[in-house]
Write a protein that binds this ligand. Structure first.
Ligand SMILES: [Zn+2]
Length: 309
């Protein structure tokens, strides 16, 4: 709605009776509480102190975007911007559909279902998914501490959108598709780190783990010898669960079952996506981690994206 129309509304309000005004207020309050996106944008506007382009504090209100978001113009560099500048959502359209899109994502809807339910193109559905997934992928993770479980897992490489490559790979591999290695570790507090790597080697395992383990931790792994070097490098205790005599737990507390379960659950959840390109695997790992860690908030991704700068 443009400013002129907005100014016209109070003129009509004067004709309303007290019960009519109360009813209207109730409806407006309801709409405000439902407009979570508008609320976050308004809070960001309140905190704006300088121009995101040149850091000048001399800026002024400058109309609204087509989406109805307050626009600002900097007096120093003359650039216009709004409160979402610097977030992955800047210039993304149809903000009224973001909340519902996030709900669909949370429930694991396919891109096709999202596109159909929200009347957006498949292309937009795909772009939005990965826009929302940027924030959890970039979240800084503290080094793991305490009892840490680490392992490698493999996932069939998908060649979505790369038909020629796919044909070549099939020829070379005799029908078997290659597998992408993923290094993954977690601790008992529920912190998880992961990395998609080119090759599962001792070097890549050391590079992945050594900088991310806090002093005084205990590392639990299977028999893979690469982890001996990790533990030695970090000067921490190492419990190798080798499965001799079917022993799965050492000294009552050291095992890698939490990690095995986590990986199994992730893989089961991935089935719905029917193959994900290698370049996007990190997004899907981070998305899954985000859901595990924010069990109650189906809007977590949206608000992480809106506050991410
Ligand atoms: Zn400026």
């Amino acid at each position: 709605m443009n400013t002129q129309h907005l100014r016209g509304i109070p003129l009509h309000l004067e004709d309303l009776t007290y019960p009519e005004l109360k009813k209207l207020k109730h409806e407006v309050d309801g709409l405000i509480s439902k407009n979570q996106v508008g609320e976050v944008i308004a809070k960001r506007e309140d905190r704006l102190t300088d121009c995101p382009n040149c850091s000048s504090s001399q800026f002024t209100r400058w109309g609204f975007t087509k989406q109805g978001v307050q626009r600002f113009k900097c007096k120093a560099c003359l650039q216009t911007f709004n409160a979402l500048k610097g977030t992955p959502l800047y210039r993304m359209r149809m903000s009224q559909k973001w909340v519902q899109y996030n709900e669909l994502m949370w429930h694991g809807a396919t891109l096709r279902d999202c596109a159909k339910d929200l009347d957006i193109s498949l292309r937009t559905a795909f772009r939005w998914r990965h826009t929302f997934l940027k924030a959890p992928s970039y979240t800084g993770i503290q080094p793991l501490s305490g009892v840490i479980e680490a392992d490698e897992t493999f996932i069939n490489e998908s060649f979505k959108g790369k038909r020629i490559l796919h044909r070549d790979a099939r020829k070379r591999g005799g029908g078997k598709s290659p597998k992408t290695p993923i290094l993954i570790a977690l601790n008992r507090e529920g912190s998880v780190i992961h990395e998609v790597v080119d090759r599962n080697t001792k070097e890549s395992i050391c590079q992945f783990l050594q900088p991310r383990i806090a002093d005084g931790s205990v590392l639990c792994t299977d028999g893979n010898k690469s982890y001996i070097e990790v533990a030695n490098g970090c000067k921490i205790d190492h419990k190798r669960i080798i499965g001799l005599d079917k022993i799965r737990v050492v000294e009552n507390i050291y095992h890698i079952q939490a990690l095995n379960n986590y990986i199994m659950n992730w893989k089961e959840w991935m089935v719905r996506f029917r193959g994900v390109g290698r370049g996007y695997l990190t997004h899907y790992l981070s998305w899954f981690r985000h859901m595990k860690q924010h069990k109650k908030s189906d809007q977590g991704l949206l608000f992480a994206a809106m506050t991410n700068t």
